[in-house]
Design a protein around this ligand. Structure first.
Ligand code: ADP
Length: 483
């Protein structure tokens, strides 16, 4: 009784067919085009995302019939479309797109607007969907009038894929995706009319919000009447895939950037460090919340070593090179390529390499680069602890989690156990896990024996040395702040 997971990410989409014991049967992946029409603008062709996702699904199924489909997606990205033609009125505006920065700055001057935004658990930032949606309404000729007449539909990528898969029958989203839009009251669990008015988004454009595991209709595009039983945002899906379901459970996904989610149970905690309060999961009407923080540059630092500096030939080589020396010899790389996120929040800062001497060579720079990822994780963990959710252990995934040396360095810096699961495709697995559970094929979340850990990294190293490395890092950060 296989379960099909669709994982529509930011640069590629994939489909993975899981067996009823949770093992991978078959998978397929396709990249899609990134459009950068102006500096800071990022767009996707929503039709291309759907076509690529459908093609992957067919490849992964290879003629088999899935018993349920679960869909995980890049979050915050918005699409507006005409349900009569089935065509988007504009390219999707991607979460990375900064075109509405000025609009957000203007709105942020109004204390009443900020009070409304507090209902969402988010910050007034172009990252989230609302101002992107408003931009399409304001800038594509005729779209606002058509939206107000109820002639158009809008949604995040999950909603778009669902609408296409069900042949236009279901216009819905789940609470995790809704919680990233700036239009959703995370405590009352509904679209907020005041926020819709603030951003100028007609309420009738928005999809119905359901539980993350629910009945989302069926599709006839992948064999007859295949039920769609889960929608979820990608980071939340990874948390489910790692079975982070109890308060205090934490996961970090180390990809290009790093996203850390800590489950806070049924309490939507408000951070003192500008961490986001978000919906981790909604099942049977019960909402689980999380605090979320991110490191802007993680795997991208390794890409930079490889592509810009030519210090390593492959990302994986960073591990052996870092291990070839005893220390980075006082060198620190602060990879603030695009500013620094939580808990420092220095959006205009740019990176530095400090403490270099005649002895600083390739290996020291590579090691300092990997150390920067561990040190940033420690700073982020400090913010979580200060907000009342100290990490008891950390579950890791993403491409960078393959690096044993780095995972050990993280365990050493955080002084907690780092666990790497057997399935590294945690995002797709989280979507499949929910869909399979709703279909009665997989057991309830938290069932022992249904999650396997491949490797555990226990905190080690000499504590004084570990702390000295962190103190040096804080000094390096100070040079960046100009103090
Ligand atoms: P994304 O989903 O953001 O594209 P992935 O989860 O596929 O990212 O992870 C890819 C990133 O991980 C790349 O930035 C790459 O540099 C980094 N990476 C992959 N393998 C390793 C490794 N063994 N050591 C360090 N970094 C790695």
């Amino acid at each position: 009784m296989p379960i099909l997971a669709l994982d529509a990410g930011t640069t590629s989409t994939r489909a993975i067919l899981f067996g009823d014991d949770g093992t991978i049967i078959r998978q397929a992946q396709r990249a899609f085009e990134q459009f950068f029409p102006h500096d800071g603008w990022v767009e996707h062709d929503a039709d291309e995302i759907f076509d690529a996702t459908l093609a992957c699904a067919r490849d992964a199924l290879d003629g088999q019939h899935a018993d349920a489909i679960g869909i995980a997606v890049q979050r915050e990205t918005v699409v507006v479309w005409d349900p009569h033609t089935g065509r988007p009125v504009h390219r999707a505006i991607v979460w990375q797109d900064r075109r509405t920065a000025e609009r957000c700055q203007q709105l942020a001057k109004d204390p009443a607007a900020l009070a409304l935004v507090a209902r969402t658990g988010l910050l007034l930032d172009p990252y989230f969907s609302a101002t992107k949606l408003a931009w399409i309404l304001e800038n594509v000729v005729g779209v606002r009038a058509r939206a107000e007449r109820g002639e158009l539909l809008a949604g995040t990528i999950d909603t778009w894929l669902l609408w296409k898969l069900t042949g236009g029958k279901v216009h819905a989203t789940d609470a995790t995706n809704a919680s990233r839009t700036l239009l959703f009251d995370i405590r009352r669990q509904q679209w907020d009319d005041d926020l819709c008015a603030l951003f100028g988004v007609p309420r009738q454009l928005l999809p119905e919000v359901r539980d993350s595991a629910a009945d989302y209709g069926t599709t006839d595009l992948l064999g007859e009447r295949t039920p769609i039983r889960a929608l979820i945002g990608d980071q939340q899906a990874a948390a489910v895939g790692q079975e982070c379901i109890a308060a205090g459970d934490a996961k970090a996904t180390y990809g290009t950037g790093c996203f850390v989610l800590v489950n806070t149970g049924d309490t939507p905690l408000v951070s003192k460090h500008r961490l986001l309060t978000t919906v981790a999961l909604r099942l049977d009407g019960a909402t689980t919340y999380a605090l979320e923080g991110s490191i802007f540059n993680a795997g991208s630092v390794v890409q930079w070593l490889r592509d810009q500096l030519g210090l390593i030939a492959t990302a994986a080589e960073s591990e052996a090179v870092a291990m070839s020396v005893e220390s980075s010899g006082g060198a620190y790389l602060v990879p603030a390529f695009t500013g620094l996120g939580a808990p420092w929040w220095l959006p205009d800062a740019r990176g530095v390499l400090t403490g270099i001497t005649r002895d600083t060579g390739r290996a020291q720079v590579v090691r300092a680069a990997l150390e920067s990822v561990a040190l940033q994780t420690r700073d982020l963990a400090g913010a979580f602890a200060d907000d009342g959710v100290p990490l008891a252990r950390l579950r890791v995934d993403g491409g960078m989690a393959a690096n044993d040396w780095l995972m050990q360095a993280i365990a050493d810096q955080l002084r907690v156990t780092v666990e790497r699961p057997a399935i590294l495709e945690t995002t797709a697995w989280g979507a499949a896990r929910l869909a399979g559970m709703h279909a009665g094929i997989y057991p309830k979340l938290g069932t022992p024996g249904f999650r396997s850990v491949e490797k555990v990294f226990s905190p080690g190293g000499d504590v004084e040395r570990v702390n000295a490395l962190h103190e040096g890092w804080i000094r390096a950060l100070k040079t960046l702040q100009g103090s």
